[in-house]
Design a protein around this ligand. Sequence first.
Ligand code: ADP
Ligand code: MG
Length: 333
Amino acid sequence: AETVRLFSSSQVITSVVSVVKELIENSLDASATTIDIRLENYGFDKIEVRDNGNGIKVADVPVMAIKHYTSKISSSEDLERLTTYGFRGEALGSICCISEVLVTTRTADDDISTQYVLDSSGHVTSQKPSHLGQGTTVTVLKLFKNLPVRKQFYSTNRKCKEELKKVHDLLIAYGIIKPELRITFVHNKAVIWQKNRVSDHKMACMSVLGTAVMGSMVPFQHCCEDPEINLSGFLPKAESDSSLTSLSSSERSFIFVNSRPVHQKEILKYYSVLMQKDSTRLYPVFFLNITVPASAVDVNVTPDKTEVLLQYKESVLLAVENVLKSLYGPLPA
Ligand code: ADP
Ligand code: MG
């Protein structure tokens, strides 16, 4: 049974970035407005995510990291109208299985915070009072301590740097989709990135992409024939200065489905095929926020929930095409 647990955990938690993603989503589900992420040794010695969210009720503590416990859904209908990031009750338990986990938490009703030590099966082994404010801090030590091959895989300098960049990119994505969220990202005591609370997506994009790039973008809003599908975001202006492309050092395209950052390869491909036909139009910066009914999104496809299957994929792709046409005129055949 232990081996099975280890195996399934290592499928849910494949890397430092997947730990960070799960912990951040838990913080967002708990209505946090400030999240601090601290890594030591690229996250392999320590990953700490601190939030100012609702905290975990004393009664929920014994079960929070027990596999398949979730406080977020109670029926299969809930699954059809999913509004939280988490719903499987798998992350915390999986993380416990492959590292050492401490959870410090305090709700609005608690006088002080309490730090809990969890064992590999997610049970609390000890607890002590601590001094933190309202919210939850999850500390993950010695990631992959019992998965030497996985650890070895990430042991090169290049791999570590790649992982750090993935964490950074993920945080940027949440920073854009959650303008009101404050984020601080620290690695080995050095602040890598910071984002303040801002009022809207435009300001959030500006703080990430810079004023120059954002100044060459236009907002769009597109309602489809299907009134339940909505596209909005920012695209480069038709006449934008192509030299601006160089301002964005890497490809900066952000796609969200119902506020989840996704790798929607088809949309990306579609966009670049349409834009590449005319080289002056190639401009790899955009922000696309797709909203569809929660029941149309199957986030259950892959363990890390990034490959979202859209029931209305065709309609969404058509909508993307229409938006591009309306901005850039007829697209080359
Ligand atoms: P899920 O997110 O699918 O519910 P997790 O394993 O990620 O499952 O978390 C288990 C439970 O622990 C959550 O349902 C929630 O009740 C609690 N929890 C975890 N992290 C936090 C947090 N940062 N703030 C408040 N509650 C949390
Ligand atoms: Mg979760």
